[in-house]
Design a protein. Structure first.
Length: 256
């Protein structure tokens, strides 16, 4: 073997070793991690920021530890009372256990989307949209924002724990009746609001009539028999409870 051939052989070997040596260098940026495997065996996770050299035969998988936002599609589901509603949610999540995220599921990002939709659907079917539907409900989708968000967050957290993911926050971002019943439900809500307002008006009017009769009798301004009291009460209630301005009629004659 000639000296020239030996030099060429050594140069080739050194080049190969240098190439494999360079493959071992890696950079870990802030809020990132590298999951290391050696021929299918888990060897550890590097979460310290900086420039490192590891065994070139390690497989290095990058996983971000940053918090990420995800908004579900608008789901059409039936609430507890069977009414079709549209609902969506915003989820803030991040990787907490890199081993589970890398090896317990095929794709943890897709896992988040599917499980978030599933949890949102389960939560929506367990509560009424509003107290209009269930008067005895202590928690409703529309009227109990903090409680509903807490329930949703717990449901999603239970599902994402398998993949080593942590739910930072989960909130309802959209909630409405489905288009086919939205108009009817709006009319119903308006009718109930009108009834409630009328009830308040009547209660106030009765109180004002009672006060007027009491003051007239106490000050002895005028003496009214039962028939005139009934007529006065009727007129006052019409004026006070009417949704339009009353047109007064001035009596220029005697009271009787």
């Amino acid at each position: 073997m000639s000296a020239a051939f030996q030099i060429v052989l050594v140069t080739i070997l050194l080049s190969i070793l240098t190439f494999f040596g360079l493959l071992g260098f890696m950079v870990v940026s802030p809020n990132q991690a590298r999951v290391l495997t050696f021929f299918g065996k888990y060897s550890g996770t590097v979460i310290t920021n900086g420039f490192f050299w590891v065994n070139p035969f390690y497989t290095k998988r990058k996983i971000t530890l940053r918090a990420r936002n995800f908004e579900t599609d608008q789901l059409k589901v039936n609430d507890k009372m069977g009414n079709p509603i549209l609902i969506a949610a915003v989820l803030v999540w991040k990787v907490e256990d890199t081993y589970k995220a890398a090896f317990n599921v095929d794709n943890y990002e897709q896992f988040v989307k599917i499980q978030a939709d599933s949890a949102l659907r389960q939560m929506a079917t367990g509560y009424a949209y509003d107290t209009f539907e269930d008067e005895h409900a202590s928690v409703t989708l529309r009227g109990s924002g903090d409680d509903i968000n807490a329930v949703l967050e717990n449901l999603i957290s239970e599902r994402l724990a398998l993949a080593g993911l942590k739910v930072v926050e989960a909130k309802i971002s959209h909630l409405s009746y489905a288009p086919e019943i939205a108009s009817a439900m709006l009319q119903r809500q308006q009718a109930m609001a009108i009834v409630s307002a009328r009830k308040t008006i009547v209660e106030g009017a009765v109180g004002m009539v009672e006060m007027a009769l009491e003051q007239l009798s106490k000050r002895e301004i005028v003496q009214l028999d039962d028939e005139k009291k009934a007529s006065m009460v009727s007129n006052l209630l019409v004026v006070l409870c009417s949704d339009k301005s009353a047109t007064p009629v001035v009596n220029t004659g005697t009271l009787y």
